[in-house]
Design a protein around this ligand. Structure first.
Ligand SMILES: [Zn+2]
Length: 403
């Protein structure tokens, strides 16, 4: 161990995970957000790497410590078939600790845990079976004005954040838990459609964060803020279906949406050759002197028993170059009319509380969150194929010696 920092002995405490669907250190570290700045300055923070930066995959990796080849979730759907929590192939944090779980993507249909689970954005309505477990929580959620997924409208988004804060406050105060995991999805919609106009909505959350910080000691808890991916402004939309048509590809490929390409056909050799040629075409495509996308063969992204369920190729527009996904376009690349922000692979985490060193920066991976929660809660990390290291190990400088 070369890079040894002073010993970090953490007393086990409860853990509050505040999930923001899509955020970055730059979005949180603003002078208008004093409480976010306080936890960043007073704790350990940095980028949380997320590849692919796709919401259902990323949260599933975070809460299981595994890549999609092991947890089995490659997107909200496979081809035309919708996926849900029942397609997951691995245990999650709430299988180990008494938990309150609210709105974590890919948790609908909810299932019994030691605690309360409220389903995610894919929940059809609060009256659907398994919208929450136990179902007796539903009237309470309705009384808070709880919204599953607000319309793309500034006022409705802001109201939904308010209702979410009421929900958060209620469960944190009135229930017994070791792990409290709540995802604020609203920021994803805001940043996709109203990039640059999100300050007030972050201030809403900042004010509530201040309230929580005042109670951390009394709750005997630490706070971990996480996002499933980053965000950046975009200018252009790339239509994969249009691009594939231009290449003259029809029945040989299936465009599964959001970059998932499945190669069809019975002949493995033809499929392999087509995959190879298509990867080349996708990676070589430029617009206005800029490369438009990354394209990954699935074996480069995933490993584990479920790998074959993934798309053959995953296309990811280079958001840093200004490209996002578009649909039903005349040209493969057009100016993006509706969306002005999109995901990047660099999300954020902030860990704050008793015993956490102040002001440290480090880079972590989204799969690190699972083992990190175990260390903070004072239990050994399960030995069932967890892919990454805990942030606590990284703070100690021990992660390098194990890779
Ligand atoms: Zn998004």
């Amino acid at each position: 161990m070369l890079n040894t920092s002073p010993t970090l002995n953490l007393r086990p405490q409860r853990l509050i995970v505040l999930g923001i669907d899509g955020s970055t250190l730059a979005l949180l570290d603003r002078p208008q957000l004093p409480n976010f700045q306080r936890v960043i300055r007073g704790g350990v923070s940095g980028t949380l790497f997320s590849r692919p930066a796709i919401t259902p995959v990323a949260w599933s990796s975070m809460v299981s410590g595994k890549n999609a080849g092991k947890h089995g979730i490659f997107d909200f759907r496979k081809k035309m078939e919708l996926k849900n929590s029942r397609d997951k192939r691995s245990k999650e944090l709430w299988d180990y600790f008494p938990s309150i779980v609210i709105n974590v993507p890919m948790t609908y249909p909810t299932r019994p845990i030691d605690g309360v689970m409220i389903g995610d954005m894919m929940t059809p309505s609060l009256d659907s079976p398994n919208a929450a477990t136990p179902a007796s929580e539903i009237p309470r959620l309705k009384s808070f004005g709880y919204v599953i997924e607000p319309k793309i409208d500034r006022t409705e988004i802001s109201r939904s954040i308010e209702a979410r804060i009421r929900t958060h406050r209620h469960y944190i105060e009135n229930r017994d838990w070791k792990l409290f995991f709540h995802v604020f999805r609203e920021y994803d919609s805001l940043q996709h459609f109203f990039w640059g106009q999100d300050l007030e909505d972050y201030q809403q959350l900042d004010a509530y964060l201040g309230e929580m910080l005042g109670r951390l000691q009394e709750w005997d808890a630490r706070l971990l803020i996480v996002s499933d991916h980053g965000f950046t402004p975009v200018e252009y939309a790339f239509d994969l279906a249009c691009f594939l048509r231009r290449l003259g590809l029809g029945e040989e490929v299936f465009d599964g949406g959001w970059g998932a390409v499945f190669i069809e056909g019975d002949n493995p050799r033809t499929r392999r050759e087509l995959k190879h040629a298509l990867l080349h075409e996708l990676r070589a495509f430029h617009f206005d002197g800029r490369r438009v996308m990354d394209a990954f063969p699935r074996e480069e992204l995933y490993h584990g028993p479920s790998v074959d369920d993934g798309p053959d190729i995953l296309v990811s527009p280079l958001r840093e170059h200004g490209f996002t996904f578009g649909m039903r376009q005349q040209e493969p690349v057009e100016r993006s009319v509706k969306k002005n922000g999109c995901h990047t692979e660099f999300g954020v985490f902030v860990l704050y509380g008793e015993g956490i060193p102040a002001g440290q920066r480090l880079a972590a991976d989204i799969k690190d969150i699972f083992p990190t929660a175990f260390e903070l809660l004072g239990r050994p990390v399960p030995d069932d194929g967890v892919d990454w290291h805990s942030i606590i190990q990284r703070i100690r400088g021990g992660a390098e010696s194990q890779t």
